[in-house]
Design a protein around this ligand. Structure first.
Ligand code: SAM
Length: 209
């Protein structure tokens, strides 16, 4: 097994568990942002078991989501069904999913920790899918997170500095965006089994110029 297979197996194994790894409630930062916007078209990147996608669909958004994990998709479709709502969910490499340039009002990256080797390509690609005046909404573990994880493993997140997201990286890759918020801060997470406790997260809201 190579590194890519291990990575995919890790996510599929996690999502084969009966419970929802990060719960069935949406990420609170994303929810607060979506609740202020008129419903439009949203893309949830690396969406896992669908907690954010299903919330957005219930609020009237037209929802697209993608991930590498088929088990994540299976759980997400179950959650959508249980809530009598609809989401479009694709599995595979972003470059093969045929999303259109400027298609989305919002692209959300919630704990979308892509491998470092593809991250900047993925961020640029995702940026191209946002329409002019549309938004990127991002929350992910930041560069100061590892000491928090060492103190309390239950807070979760990558155990490798290279997977963490810095403010500098975000301001560089999303340079075409007006920054509404860009910060790394300490927050208390309570999301399912795998995000519990105090961690350091990077948050970004940008509007495409
Ligand atoms: C911490 S989980 C977050 C899931 C979801 N966004 C949420 O907040 O509940 C990280 C997700 O990234 C996905 N992922 C990792 N590498 C990926 C890639 N190259 N392309 C798409 N998704 C990927 C994993 O399968 C996993 O679902």
């Amino acid at each position: 097994m190579d590194m890519e297979d291990n990575w995919l197996s890790m996510w599929n194994d996690r999502y084969r568990e009966k419970s929802y790894a990060y719960g069935i409630s949406p990420n609170q930062y994303l929810k607060a942002q979506l609740d202020q916007l008129p419903a439009g078209k949203v893309l949830l990147a690396a969406e896992g078991e669908g907690r954010n996608a299903v919330y957005a669909a219930i609020q009237g958004w037209t929802v697209s989501a993608f991930d590498i994990s088929i088990e994540g998709k299976n759980k997400a479709m179950q959650l959508a069904k249980a809530n009598e709502t609809h989401i479009d969910y694709k599995v595979g490499p972003l470059t093969e999913l045929n999303y259109q340039v400027g298609e989305f009002d919002v692209v959300a990256l919630i704990y979308a920790h892509f491998p470092p080797s593809i991250r900047s390509e993925y961020h640029s690609h995702l940026s191209s899918l946002v329409k002019k005046g549309g938004k990127i909404i991002l929350e992910a573990f930041g560069k100061n997170h590892l000491p928090y994880r060492s103190q309390n493993e239950k807070v979760g997140g990558p155990n490798d500095q290279a997977f963490l997201i810095s403010i500098d990286e975000i301001s560089t890759v999303f340079k075409d965006y007006e920054i509404i918020e860009l910060t790394e801060k300490e927050v208390v997470l309570s999301e399912g089994t795998y995000h519990n406790g105090v961690g350091s997260v990077t948050r970004f809201i940008g509007v495409k110029r």
